[in-house]
Design a protein around this ligand. Structure first.
Ligand code: MEZ
Length: 579
């Protein structure tokens, strides 16, 4: 990062680095996960402070206290009133987004991650390819194109890169990979297809699904080649008939959230490749010349005009699950649900692609994820259920197969007395899982050495406490016998029988998570218009597209989608440019 910023400063790009009120050039980079983030502040190209900020245990991982502590600490460390630009490569349940927002509020301008730029003045640039959206799909496309020697400019509406990818916790589904072979998992591309179609209620576009399934193994190899290794223990999630969820681990072998890992690694690679990134920059219009996409018009942070001319445009703006107006336009019944989405998943592409007569499919297919913290939308990863967590209602009873598909489990939760339920794990699961420790650091877990203690922490009455103890004992028996006599859950992948404590629980309920619908594409990621023809030079990938996931997406298939179709969009754009 330092090298990039120094290069930027010494190579005549200085006007793109913001000057603060003090007249100094400044940029900060923050990265990390869980309660810990590392913040590096550069002023005039020199590192002036390099600190690790640990959110105090009593501090929620989202909230004013943590943010103001961070700001104070930066200022104290610097011992001067330097202007700071904070960028974050990772957003832990919105933590760093919140940090950025706080710094912004304090009059400190967020400048995006890894030396990316927010340009306050009108700006005009040219590249071979412009990518709109800096989540996993956009970054994959940008990197793939840059590695083939194309110049790329990426625009991101948020102040940081990552989009909803940064929030994915569990993993990436892939079939017939070398990791599956090494870990003795039997799987097939056909099984991936069958599971995806069944979960999507056959509303999916079968050609798009086939291409997704056939390319997941190659996507894992590509990630490997980028130094992005999903080499942890393979897991399962709702609706999967094999342990095909690939997860990353840290240096100590602890399972870590897939999204932050990907975002950290992909954004670092973008840096290495020198991809020009404009954060705080929202696309408003695709420039068309002679019926072909020829660039993008966007609005920067100060309302300034950003115009990028390019030979091809890749749209990777994500869904609209962060925009309740749009969600309820298509699904009035979802009014009032919390969302796991970043607010910049706002569906702007529906407008600017709609202006071009692009076709859209399944916009009313919006997924509720069953394990979302109802107070703030924090996602509790689905792989925890695959690994052995159970769900109980406030009466202490299990009520459904925890590894059913998301639509089924969410619907079952809505039927429960409060609509919210408890996800229960134990110390066996906590060991080796940074995913669980992250939830604890965030203040989301209650715990108890015994089930009585846990029930007390969950404020269960005597009947519910007795029921909880019976539920766990019965469940342990099912794990031992290999048969869930109540709900027919597959026991194979379960790693603990929950028979011993200490125990931990998190209150969860359904939350708006994924937009299955979006702009229509073909298997080359070309955007299709309402007459059924590709719009020349225009490509789309990731959650902005519709048709891949049908009526219900499988957990872990979005991460597969962004890598597979991000790469395809780049390949198609390159082929088009070179023709
Ligand atoms: O695919 C997802 O949405 C995902 C990985 C979410 C999760 O539960 O972690």
């Amino acid at each position: 990062v330092t090298i990039c910023i120094l290069l930027a400063l010494f190579c005549g790009l200085a006007p793109l680095v913001k000057k603060g009120a003090s007249g100094k050039s400044y940029v900060a980079n923050a990265q990390g996960f869980g309660g810990n983030i590392e913040v590096t502040v550069f002023v005039d190209g020199d590192t002036i402070t390099d600190i690790t900020y640990e959110a105090p245990d009593e501090t929620p991982s989202v909230g004013g206290v943590a943010m103001s502590n961070l700001k104070t600490q930066i200022i104290e460390e610097q011992n001067s009133n330097v202007d700071v630009i904070a960028g974050a490569t990772y957003s832990s349940t919105g933590f760093l987004e919140a940090v950025n927002a706080a710094l912004n509020e304090a009059g400190v301008v967020a400048d995006g991650s890894n030396g990316s730029k927010t340009v306050a003045e009108d700006y005009e640039g040219t590249a071979d390819i412009v990518v709109i959206g800096g989540g996993g799909a956009g970054m994959t496309a940008a990197i793939s194109a840059a590695e083939e020697g194309k110049s790329v400019i990426l625009l991101e509406k948020n102040s940081i890169l990552g989009g909803n990818t940064a929030r994915a916790s569990s993993g990436m589904n892939a079939a017939e990979t070398h990791y599956e072979e090494e870990q003795g998992v039997e799987d097939s591309v056909q099984s991936f297809i069958d599971d995806t179609m069944a979960s999507g209620k056959n509303m999916n576009d079968p050609e798009l699904v086939k291409v997704l399934a056939e390319n997941t193994s190659g996507a894992i190899d590509w990630l490997d080649s980028e130094g992005i290794e999903l080499n942890g223990p393979l897991a399962t999630m709702g609706g999967l008939s094999a342990n095909r969820t690939h997860r990353p681990v840290d240096a100590d072998g602890n399972i870590i959230p897939v999204g932050s890992y990907l975002v950290d690694k992909l954004s670092a690679r973008m840096d290495e490749l020198g991809i020009e990134v404009h954060t705080n920059t929202a696309a408003t219009e695709i420039i068309m010349e002679d019926g072909k996409a020829a660039g993008v018009k966007a609005t920067g942070s100060s309302g300034n005009n950003v115009t990028i001319h390019a030979d091809a445009v890749i749209v990777a703006t994500g869904g609209f699950g962060g925009n309740m107006d749009k969600v309820t336009e298509y699904r009035p019944d979802l009014e009032g649900y919390i969302s796991t989405n970043v607010t910049t998943a706002s569906g702007d592409a529906i407008d600017f692609l709609g202006d071009l007569n692009a076709d859209f499919v399944d916009l009313d297919q919006i997924q509720l994820h069953p394990t979302v913290v109802p107070t703030d939308g924090t996602l509790v990863g689905e792989a925890l259920r695959g690994d052995g967590a159970i769900l109980v209602n406030k009466e202490g009873h299990r009520f459904f197969n925890e590894t059913g598909t998301r639509d089924e489990v969410s619907a079952a939760e809505i039927e429960q007395p409060t609509g919210n339920v408890w996800l229960i794990v134990n110390q066996d699961m906590y060991e080796g899982s940074a995913v669980i420790s992250k939830l604890e650091k965030g203040g989301y877990l209650v715990n108890g050495d015994t089930l009585d203690d846990l029930a007390k922490a969950m404020e269960f009455d005597a009947d519910a406490t007795a029921a909880l103890k019976e539920t766990v004992e019965t469940w342990s028996g099912y794990v031992a016998s290999g048969v869930d006599e109540d709900f027919g859950r597959e026991i194979g992948a379960v790693k603990t029988d929950l028979s011993s404590g200490p125990y931990y629980a998190v209150n969860v309920g359904p939350g708006i998570h994924h937009c299955m619908g979006g702009v229509k594409i073909n298997t080359s990621a070309e955007v299709i218009d309402t007459d059924g023809n590709p719009i020349e030079g225009l490509y789309a990938c990731g959650e902005v597209t519709g048709g891949i996931h049908g009526a219900n997406r499988l957990g872990g298939n979005a991460v597969a989608d962004i890598v597979v179709y991000g790469r395809i969009a780049a390949e198609s754009a390159i082929e088009y440019i070179e023709k």
